[in-house]
Ligand binder design. Sequence first.
Ligand code: PEP
Length: 255
Amino acid sequence: MLIAGNWKMNTDRQRAVSLARDVLEHVGDSDSDVLVAICPPFVNLEAVSSVVSGSAVRLGAQNVHHAESGAFTGEVSVPMLQGVGCHYAIVGHSERRQYFCETDETVNEKVKACVDSRLVPIVCVGESLSEREENKQEEVVTRQVRKALSGVDLPDAASLVVAYEPVWAIGTGRTATPEQAQEVHALIRGLLVQSFGETIGKAINILYGGSMNPGNAEELLAQTDVDGGLIGGASLKPDQFAAIVESARNQAAIN
Ligand code: PEP
């Protein structure tokens, strides 16, 4: 299981450091069954890295560019992220798709750049509200997963993480029901098994994201194919984030 906090465009340097310290304090010792990651804004990665380095809390970025270096003003590459201690990069978050013109093709380039260099991409997929209302979630998520992972082969695929984030549930307080989440997670699991075989397909973590909080985490994390959470709003509140991690630990102990 993996619980990852996406801080989005929040926290100045001072707040990022104190939040990281709080997370460390609340989340406590390592638990090999539940990995924990926090993803601050680019400019605070280095400062947060020095707080979490040597601990069980891993560092992630919220985005990455596919090229190693070059004339891409404003962008940050995989080696740059690894240089400040990143283990993960969120790729294709719906806010990036919606506001920054990211497409299935650019997401695919980023995913390939990450896995080629062993930076773990947290690949986000999910349907919009109108697509859900038209019952198109299966079609949309199937397309997004297939395109995002096109050209990714074994053994690299083993290090992928996929996050199902229905757009209508992100930051809205409207969570998918456990059944709705499981239905799409099972679909994604099937696609992963089809592409990478039973062993790897079943081992890839599929996170749920969209208004996950301490009140709904337990039920969501109890679903067969829900292997963790990508947490936005609640990741800015250390006690709430820790309570979600605790639910994941309880669930991992049952499994
Ligand atoms: C997210 O941004 O990935 C997310 C899931 O946000 P929230 O938890 O606030 O819905």
